[in-house]
Ligand binder design. Structure first.
Ligand code: SF4
Length: 484
């Protein structure tokens, strides 16, 4: 890692390790029902529209190659993007971490005199904690994506990349609206159309009054300095066109070289995320156009740990992610725990590899273990990120770092060294097998419910089988009178 590369700060770490948060989430039956309903529906939609594309695998490979080639020359493409944006009337700002990015955006908003801003759903502004930073400066930020609005009004945290309120059902959303919206019809039902209409009326007033809009970016085309946002509700189009000032916050990995590259991702993303053939609202803008749309445009480029992640030749593939959320929807772990258990704004399989890379693995050490390594995420990923391989890579990195930092070997290291010593000698191995038979004293009905330390962790969440009464060697000797 370059000596100056900062680690990511902001909403990338949880207050507690994944196993503890996950255990609590597993006790919430309503959460599990909501998640199962939502992920099952999205999975089926995605599978159907992906099956329609005969060259889907070739598109995936193209997406993977474009991302890998771009990251290899990221410095060049970012400078090209800056040059093009500036030449078309925009201003580019560089932020090393979340704190710098928040300070830049806050001062830009203050410069306009506005005390309210409207926002398009954006992962990176969640990552840097922009709303809190603006609030501390007396500026109210209004989320305009329906799911983000539900999360904001519910004083909650997003739990899914694409559907931040996936953990809420219709009845819960109606209760939040009745409690928080103030001017909402007290007879509001939990019908989806009624809930959407209530949100539409609430947001319309904000759109028309706002003088500053804040957005994220899905893709930034270096060739022309064009920014691109994909959304499904039209709220993004309103935020991007109505205010006088537009501030766009972008993680530096979102740049792509050309419009031809954008064509690949515009095919991959909608089918992988919402299960749609084509995205409903795809907005693109290039700098400032006099008399049309925002007359002041700022692009804030955020590092926040990305350069550090880029320095790892194995781990950097996590930066290829286009935030489609397909890996979350197929993950058996995510489906049971939901997104909050991951602590970071990036949940699910991609969160388990991206967050530790942005913060440093020692700061998010439990996340690479939050997986069964089943491989469903790799199969679903439209840019072919080999998430299971990255998880194993990060686990190895964590073990190496822990070993280097420890003065004494861990219980696991001692156990493994002892097992290795025993298995190197047939005589020692046979004696160990005979000794293990004592474990039968702890068993009932062929199962052991609780093993003594250091093996107790295994039986905390599952039974161990009782050792057999006869080893294979003993059986062979009895059968053949001739040891193998
Ligand atoms: S890792 Fe792949 S599947 Fe998961 S969100 Fe990113 S692009 Fe989508």
């Amino acid at each position: 890692m370059p000596a100056h590369a900062p680690r990511g700060v902001g909403h990338l770490r949880g207050d507690e390790p994944f196993p503890i948060a996950a255990r609590r989430a597993l006790g919430d039956a309503q959460l599990r029902r909501n998640l199962t309903n939502a992920t099952t529906t999205i999975r089926a939609k995605r599978a159907a529209v992906v099956a329609e594309v005969p060259d889907w695998e070739e598109l995936r490979t193209a997406g993977q190659s474009i991302k890998a080639a771009t990251l290899r020359n990221l410095d060049r493409y970012l400078v090209e993007l800056e040059t093009q944006v500036t030449a078309r009337g925009g201003q580019v700002h560089w932020a090393r971490d979340a704190n710098e990015a928040n300070a830049i955006v806050t001062s830009l908003v203050q410069g306009t005199g506005a005390t309210e801003v409207v926002k398009v759903k954006s992962m990176v502004t969640d990552e840097i904690g922009l709303n809190d930073a603006l609030a501390a400066a007396g500026i109210a930020a209004f989320e305009t994506d329906l799911a983000e609005l539900i999360v904001q009004l519910g004083h909650d945290r997003p739990s899914h990349i694409l559907v931040p309120a996936i953990h809420r059902n219709r009845a819960e959303i109606r209760d939040i609206f009745l409690r928080e919206m103030g001017d909402v019809d007290p007879g509001l039902t939990d019908e989806p159309a009624a809930l959407a209409e209530a949100a539409r009326l609430h947001l319309r007033r904000k759109f028309l009054a706002a003088t500053v809009g804040i957005s994220g970016v899905n893709f930034a085309v270096a060739q022309t300095g064009t920014l691109c946002v994909l959304e499904s509700e039209g709220n993004g189009r309103m935020c991007l066109t109505l205010p006088r000032t537009l501030i766009t916050v972008m993680g530096i990995e979102k740049v792509i070289p050309t419009w031809a590259d954008l064509g690949v991702f515009l095919q991959l993303l909608p089918r992988s995320s919402t299960g749609e053939r084509m995205n409903p609202y795809t907005s693109m803008w290039t700098g400032v156009t006099p008399g049309d749309g925002p007359q002041e445009f700022h692009l804030v480029l955020v590092d926040n740990g990305r350069t550090a992640a880029l320095a790892d030749p194995n781990g950097r593939a996590a930066l290829h992610c286009i935030r489609c959320s397909a890996c979350l929807n197929v993950c058996p772990v995510y489906e049971r725990t939901g997104g909050h258990a991951y602590g970071s704004v990036y949940p699910g399989p991609i969160g388990a590899v991206l967050s530790p890379q942005l913060t440093g693995v020692e700061d998010n050490a439990s996340l690479p273990y939050a997986s069964s390594l089943c491989g469903a995420c790799y199969d679903a990923c439209p840019v072919k990120i080999n998430i299971p391989e990255l998880l194993v890579h990060l686990r190895a990195q964590h073990v190496t770092e822990r070993r280097a930092a420890a003065r004494l070997p861990s219980a696991e290291a001692i156990t493994m060294a002892a097992a290795s010593w025993v298995m190197r000698s047939p005589a020692r191995f046979a004696r160990a097998q005979r000794a293990a038979r004592l474990g039968r004293l702890l068993s009932r009905n062929g199962r052991i419910r609780a093993l003594p330390p250091p093996l107790a962790a295994w039986t905390r969440s599952r039974d161990a089988p009782a050792p057999p009464g006869q080893t294979f060697r003993e059986w062979w000797q009895a059968e053949h009178q001739d040891p193998p």
